[in-house]
Design a protein around this ligand. Structure first.
Ligand code: NZQ
Ligand code: ZN
Length: 407
């Protein structure tokens, strides 16, 4: 086992029955909250009314900020922080998906430090790591995807420079999160699929490149993967099923809380580095969708270059019950079986299907390396991943012809 430090400070309330318990502890964070929401889905579904009623019952005053985009824009976050300062809010309530939760963390930092613009503080910016504190953040996640309800990260987009990059501080970890599967029954099929893809990435990344020093991290990660692989097809048939929604939601929260890597070696977050650069290029590209497009190409590239073969072979055995004599054959069986699952889940397509044409592949590779290369002219993926390699992976995605959906 490798040495590690783990702090999971978020108090988690799971289930609609836990509403009162969640709201009754909110006054301990202050008298006035800023509720942050996205483009209106939570309002249309009546979730916002419910939250506001609960807040009135526990005597917490609030101001509402509406309009956080999917892939939240730095400019909108800055506007919200200005209002939060004028309104002297004490803490945040994020009611929405990863974009809303991430925006709330960034707003909490800007208000706390009395700053105007979040963008210079993101990875690659001139003021990276210079935020000193944040207001308490509480979350009510309405997607099963990012685990932002327990993480220290906030991923920010800046369409003005085609950029997407995170801020990450221990003090941005949410103080409390209420996980209510009932709020997930309204999720469209595409968003559900994209979320499932994101959950998988959070356990795949370190599993493949972080070595085999922690048996528990392996079994834990496989548990998350199996839950997602089993649950998504069932949700396709029964999207309003709260039990299934709860399975996916809990898998999502557990996929990026630190448990999934504890005891393994540190490993690069290569797929995320690449995906963030892709979503920077096209701010309409959902994070989980970008990852899904990258998986088959990235796995095949690792295979071709003899990287992570033992780990892909282990996944063939643990996820699909396949054990071949030759480890490379097992690794390929994992890739083929997982690719089949992506096809069945309508998560199989090309970058060009998402308005990212071949002409910009070089620009995207350059951006990923500039932001995540740590000063080198390459990324890491169990060895160097050069600009040429990244373009090669992007080009491989163009072989992934989408499968017609059978309705
Ligand atoms: O804006 P509204 O109207 O709310 O609609 C949203 C949005 O269009 C909709 N939606 C959310 N909950 C819904 C719903 N529609 C119906 N019913 C509901 N219950 O879903 C759309 C997508 O929402 P978004 O928040 O963008 O999706 P997601 O949760 O996947 O978040 C993606 C963002 O999180 C970042 C991603 O990069 C991306 O910017 N990530 C954050 C991480 C973290 N904080 O630790 C880690 C992740 O790896 C990821 O990078
Ligand atoms: Zn992710």
């Amino acid at each position: 086992m490798n040495p590690f430090e783990l702090h999971i400070p978020t108090r988690i309330y799971f289930g609609k029955e836990k509403a009162d318990d969640f709201f009754e502890q909110l006054p301990s964070y202050g008298k006035k909250a800023m509720i942050v929401i996205g483009g209106g889905s939570v309002e249309r579904m009546g979730y916002l009314d419910e939250v506001q009623d609960h807040l009135k019952n526990v005597g917490v005053d609030f101001v509402l900020f509406e309009g956080i985009e999917a892939n939240p824009h730095a400019q909108t976050i800055n506007k919200a922080a200005k209002i939060g300062k004028e309104e002297s809010v004490d803490f945040m309530i994020a009611l929405g998906g990863g974009s809303v939760m991430d925006a709330s963390k960034a707003i909490a930092g800007l208000i706390h430090d009395d700053l105007d613009d979040i963008w210079p503080y993101t990875v690659g910016g001139p003021k990276y790591r210079q935020i000193k504190g944040a207001l308490p953040v509480t979350c009510i996640p309405t997607t099963a995807a990012t685990a932002s309800e327990v993480t220290a990260h906030a991923v920010i987009s800046n369409p003005e420079v085609k950029g997407k990059s995170p801020v990450s501080y221990p003090f941005m970890k949410p103080s409390a999160s209420w996980l209510n599967p009932a709020y997930h029954t309204s999720l469209p099929k595409t968003t559900t699929r994209d979320g499932a893809s994101d959950i998988l990435s959070h356990v795949f990344e370190n599993y493949l490149l972080g070595g085999n020093d922690s048996d528990l991290a392996d079994r834990y990660s496989e548990g998350v993967m199996e839950t997602v692989l089993d649950t998504l097809p069932k949700l396709e048939l029964d999207p309003k099923n709260e039990h299934l929604r709860g399975q996916l939601l809990w898998a999502s929260t557990m996929a990026l809380n630190g448990m999934q890597i504890a005891g393994r070696k540190g490993a690069p977050f290569t797929l995320h580095n690449l995906e963030h650069a892709l979503s920077g290029q096209n701010p309409e590209l959902a994070h989980g969708r970008g990852l899904a497009i990258l998986y088959p190409a990235y796995f095949r590239w690792l295979y071709k270059n003899d990287r992570a073969i033992d780990r892909m072979a282990l996944l063939a055995k643990r996820l699909f019950g396949i054990s071949k004599e030759d480890q490379k054959d097992s690794a390929m069986a994992f890739i083929n079986n997982f690719e089949g699952w992506l096809k069945d889940s309508q998560l199989y397509e090309r970058l060009s299907d998402q308005n990212i044409p071949e002409e910009v592949f070089g620009d995207v590779a350059d951006y990923a390396i500039k932001i995540y290369g740590g000063g080198k002219d390459e990324l890491a993926a169990a060895g160097p991943l050069t600009r040429k390699n990244i373009i090669e992976i992007f080009k491989l995605t163009e072989m992934q012809e989408p499968v017609e959906e059978v309705v």
